[in-house]
Design a protein around this ligand. Structure first.
Ligand code: FAD
Length: 436
């Protein structure tokens, strides 16, 4: 039998894999484990209520990606001005906390302001060793105590002292003293953060983006319901449903530990590094209400430990078509990583009422629990050494790990579209004009 020609193999059909497929110029084949494309960027529908895998708001900065999205979804994206809030000490304040202390109890504002001033007066020392030190250095003790530490502990599922600050430069706004003071007295501190505006499909949730991008996929084959079983580095083959597929290069977007677990001929040091990769899971709830939401915000951050969630969003406040008229669809991201009990559900219902997300627990029409196994990669002390060694090894075998979980990082949808474009370019450059 003639040998199957070697192609570029794309593992995983989330946004990274889709973008690689769009941008590759040589033959490729994509294997996706699930029955549809999209990965994390898919949308569930029940009784007219739409839910993403928690809020998936699209923030674009790259002109090429903006153009791509505009071309595949002409007039189908809504541009929304962010309404993000914080709920703490019984009040709702503006985001980001560190630049909008106004409205908090006076003694909290005083503690936060004194902390910032003290932090700004410190002589610059050695770089912070972990995220807790980073917060204390930049925001001082008060803001760290009232927001940064408890919020991030709930989000990451680990204490901020056990992670580095490597992930946060683009995601955590750093106001100057003038902005902090302005925000504390109720003056305008300016709109801050990478997500002051976002795009979102007018219909169908974030999966509409995937469908639009799907119209650009060409020059290869997509196999759905086809999880990769193993990779054979020696023979340069992937095995899917018992079929051996020879590759020239692999774009690996499935979670890095899942990829490594499928390679039997790994050297011992890479196996050891693989054992040090850490990631936290996430449980969240899809919540449908009977009436319009009490709140007008798109999402709210909830740092206090007494409340069982760390972030709540109302899809239908951003785009009304996400819920039937007069009702609302919400996501509730839970601090607890374990199974969701009835007690948790009732605490959530009470909590949603107390933060003003819903008018009363009786307003909930249904609440469904979901789990994301790989949610937040943990940037601990092993992260750099482990990922550097693993990526170097894989790339020496023409395997290119990319995307949020393939590239083992913290990023957003646009970063994944960029990663797919970048890896397609790298592969074209590496393979050059050699015949496919
Ligand atoms: C809670 C949460 C909220 C977020 N909110 C936002 C937001 O508001 N805005 C934003 O821009 N980004 C957001 N993100 C980030 C965004 O979801 C990701 O950056 C992006 O969707 C990841 O795309 P990806 O293709 O790299 O990975 P994925 O979407 O995970 O795709 C990987 C694919 O690999 C497939 N796969 C797994 N195993 C196999 C196998 N054995 N064989 C074949 N295929 C396999 C999976 O089914 C999946 O389709 C959020 C992420 C989380 C966790």
């Amino acid at each position: 039998m003639a040998e199957e020609p070697r192609k570029v193999v794309i593992l995983g059909g989330g946004l990274t894999g889709i973008s690689a497929a769009i941008h590759l110029r040589r033959p490729w084949v994509l294997f996706e484990r699930e029955a549809k494309l999209g990965g994390m960027a898919v949308t569930e529908e029940r009784d007219g209520f739409h839910f993403d895998l928690t809020g998936h708001w699209l923030h674009l900065r790259d002109p090429g990606i903006m153009q791509l999205v505009a071309e595949v979804l002409p007039l189908e994206m809504e541009s929304v001005q962010r309404r993000a809030r914080i709920f703490s000490h019984g009040v709702t304040t503006l985001y980001p906390f560190q630049a909008n202390l106004y409205g908090l109890p006076p003694e909290v504002i005083k503690e936060c302001l004194l902390g910032v001033i003290e932090a700004k007066m410190q002589a610059p020392g050695s770089p912070p060793r972990n995220f807790e030190e980073y917060c204390l250095r930049h925001f001082g003790a008060g803001i760290s105590r009232h927001f940064m530490i408890p919020y991030n502990e709930k989000l990451w599922g680990v204490h901020p002292r056990t992670i580095t600050a490597d992930w946060c430069s683009r995601f955590v706004p750093l106001p100057n003293l003038e902005q902090v003071v302005a925000g504390a007295v109720g003056a305008d501190s300016g709109r801050m953060g990478y997500n002051t505006n976002f795009l979102y499909p007018k219909q169908g949730g974030i999966e509409t983006l995937v469908r639009g991008l799907g119209t650009r996929i060409q020059g290869g084959e997509v196999h759905l319901g086809s999880g990769v079983e193993s990779l054979d580095l020696g023979r340069r083959e992937v095995v899917v449903a018992g079929r051996r597929v020879p590759y020239r290069a692999v774009v690996a977007t499935l979670p890095l530990p899942e990829l490594l677990a499928r390679i039997s001929d790994l050297p011992d040091d890479i196996v050891a590094h693989a054992g040090r990769l850490r990631c936290t899971s996430l449980r969240y709830l899809n919540v449908a209400t009977r009436s319009s939401p009490a709140a007008d915000w798109h999402w709210v951050y909830v740092p206090e430990r007494r409340l069982p969630f760390y972030r709540v969003g109302v899809y239908s406040n951003a785009v009304a078509s996400m819920a039937p008229a007069g009702a609302a669809s919400l996501y509730v991201e839970l601090a607890e990583r374990g199974p969701v009990s009835d007690t948790t559900l009732s605490e959530v219902a009470q909590g949603l009422t107390s933060i003003g997300a819903i008018s009363s627990p009786a307003d909930i029409r249904f609440a469904e629990a979901r789990e994301i196994k790989y949610a937040y990669v943990v940037f601990d002390e092993h992260y750099h050494a482990a990922t550097t060694a693993i990526f170097r090894f894989l790339e020496s075998h023409s395997i290119f790990p990319r995307g949020r979980y393939g590239g083992w990082t913290y990023n957003a949808m646009e970063d994944c579209l960029l990663a797919g474009r970048e890896v397609a370019g790298s592969i074209e450059a590496t393979l050059g004009s050699k015949t496919p």
